[in-house]
Write a protein that binds this ligand. Sequence first.
Ligand code: SF4
Ligand code: SF4
Length: 478
Amino acid sequence: MDDNSTTPHIPQTPSLYAKHVKVYPQRIAGTFRRIKWLVLGVLLGLYYVVPWIRWDRGVGNADQAVLADIAGRRLYFFNIEIWPQEIYYLTGLLVLGAIALFLATAVAGRVWCGFTCPQTVWTDLFMLVERYIEGDRNKRMKLDNGPLTFEKAWRKLAKHAVWIFIAFATGGAWIFYFTDAPTALTNLLTGEGSTSLYGFTALFAGFTYLLAGVAREQVCTYMCPWPRFQGAMYDEDTLIVTYETWRGEPRGKAKDDKTLGDCIDCNLCVNVCPVGIDIRQGSQFQCIGCALCVDACNSVMEKLDRPLNLITYDSIINQAAREHGRVAKKRLIRPRTIAYVVLLSLVGGLMTYGLVSRSTLEINVQRDRAPMFVTLSDGAIRNGYTFKILNMINAPRTYTLKADNLDGAMLTVIGIAEQPVEQVTLHVGPDQVGTFHVFVRAPLSSLEDKLNDFEFKLDVLETGEEIEYDSIFAGPDH
Ligand code: SF4
Ligand code: SF4
């Protein structure tokens, strides 16, 4: 346990213009630290491994399980393939994520910030490297405050070299989510990558280095909006990290003074804090809820053989209960959490239904505007359309197309059916958009108006599926 009395702490409401005071978090072991390592391992493992999972989608198709293929305009997630016009699924996913975050916050306070936020995870990783190379808190403070020596120079250089390596691994891994990972890695390593491949990798690496290595807790304190409004999700049953003032105060070191509380003012809770605050001063918005101060204080209480959880990760209502000698109990089911669970189930259910029942065929028709119509030599009227068929499955499809509800209508399709036919056969390759220029002709006598409603009818030969598209056929004034 080391003394923190020489280290100034970030003020309660830091000014945007306040001089930055470097925080030197001390290593601490304990339950929450173990949970944090576990979460860090799982999340980083997933982040670096997922782009390497292969998924067979047939010849000529992306074989990466999770891929945002910008050039091919597709999002792949295992056997789910999202087309650009289905981007609402992504919106739904973001809404789901937001509600889940609200629920987690209502139940366990800043659990996202303290355990799973990428800023926290990478900062923890960068601090692990720093601690390994430069030593724990006291050694790092001594190193920073001391003169430039050979030892200081190599330790700093080694730390930054490892940080840069992690930053590039992180930036590179992010790129792998947007392009074929093995190809991108080969190109990166052999110098055959495009400028944008190197540029974006360097950009994301730079951000990782800056945010996790340099800015650290300042991102949470000054840049992130989440701490500013997450309080709206709290209630008296939300689990938060707090100091039990009624039990700890008045604090003091004297061993046999019965008038003192349990806090011996050792400052360990402050020394381990990654944002450099003193939780004994009350809840502060800078607190990311990592609970390392709980581990710290529990380690002290264990040594002193005093009850644990002087700093506690519990609800306000339970703290009050303990203070007044009542039994504390967890209350997970309450109006706020019920509302979030209902919302979560609703949006999740809608999305699942949408995905399960989603069509694998869509058509898109655009009518030629200039000219609106052409009068042919035999007096018939002709309109032109750009007809797109989205074949959203990984197999070729054959379609028959005809115009319905327009007497005597015949079709021609450039490059496919040059002579007028009642129905035309079209082919679209697997997972492709077929674009056809279709002309519909109809005798003038069949037109009732200047603008006439009719339907394109498309049948899928392989499945018998039928799809209709309402359109307009233009003719001269009547
Ligand atoms: S006060 Fe405690 S819970 Fe809050 S950030 Fe500091 S160590 Fe983590
Ligand atoms: S709250 Fe616990 S860790 Fe913090 S100063 Fe008091 S005894 Fe030490």
